[in-house]
Design a protein around this ligand. Sequence first.
Ligand SMILES: NC(=O)c1ccc[n+]([C@@H]2O[C@H](COP(=O)([O-])OP(=O)(O)OC[C@H]3O[C@@H](n4cnc5c(N)ncnc54)[C@H](OP(=O)(O)O)[C@@H]3O)[C@@H](O)[C@H]2O)c1
Length: 322
Amino acid sequence: MKAVVIRTFGEPDGLEVVDVPEPVPGPGQVRIATEAIGVGGADAVIRRGTLAAYGFREGHLPGSEVAGRVTAVGEGVDAGWSGRRVWAFTGLSGGYAEHAVASVDDVLALPDGLGGADAVTLGGSGVVAHFALERARFTPGDAVLVRGAAGSIGVTAVQLAARGGAGAVAVTTSSAERGARLRELGATHVLDRSGAVSGGDEALEGFDVVIDVVAGPQLPDFLDMLRPNGRCVAVGVVGGQPPEDFGMRLIDAFRSSLSFATFSSDTVPGPDRQAVRAAQFAAAARGELRTVVHEVLPLDRAAAAHRAMDEGRVFGRIVLTP
Ligand SMILES: NC(=O)c1ccc[n+]([C@@H]2O[C@H](COP(=O)([O-])OP(=O)(O)OC[C@H]3O[C@@H](n4cnc5c(N)ncnc54)[C@H](OP(=O)(O)O)[C@@H]3O)[C@@H](O)[C@H]2O)c1
């Protein structure tokens, strides 16, 4: 089968199309003929070689999220899965291929009307948005800021906050055009990356909830934008690490009873993740939750997909198809 591996760590050109044997599903696994493959930030981090210390080697086959049809089941798996269209989490490898294997516990049947590209755009990131808002104790009426809203986590967080009755849904983004697209998803206030209002919106008197995909040197500035009892939940680090003393800004605001938390969906029990994912897939199939597919490219253009990510051109998620 055709697959894409990281031949050389570093630039996107280090990705190479290769022929490898089709994977055989082991006990508890299914094999999926892929129709859509999600391209995520973690794939780019692995491609750069940043995670070499964690055992990732050149020759690695990246990709963690696919959709397609089950073509074989391993020992102990209900044969009823055969032939079903599914979304699957493949771990931190194996997705960039015509066939992928996944544990049956990480597989979810797709509802009618939900395309594979939509599923791999929503499947992994939607649960992060959902549980991050839950971790932030979001309630109707809250003023919410989604920082780094133009990515796959952010576009869902904006919609969930708006649908959940937020008093305001502010976003940070790098252009007016992106701001306009985020307004279509429910944003009420568009801020630039520094948190300054742009586009003529009224300034807000702080936020009850900040969902932060960015972190980076400016994180403390966003802690300062929390209202008394405000909650900031960090779900990503696309802007790099925060300054070492960022905790001091929280302590300095002691009398405002602020909360800062990190959140990873890895800490949510698998069945809870699957229940939320199934509800989100159903909502997307009904047209109540929008998936944002930036572009669908053939698998052998994986390097172009990574270049688009590296250059910050992706709005939502980029998808490969074999
Ligand atoms: N918590 C979890 O369970 C979990 C699960 C999966 C992934 N993640 C993490 O989530 C992140 C990826 O999420 P994603 O795919 O939604 O994000 P993304 O698309 O990589 O980035 C989101 C947006 O952030 C803005 N941005 C990028 N660099 C920035 C910078 N230096 N300063 C300010 N804004 C910047 C960009 O929008 P503009 O150009 O419009 O500003 C970008 O579109 C990664 O850190 C990944 O490790 C977390």
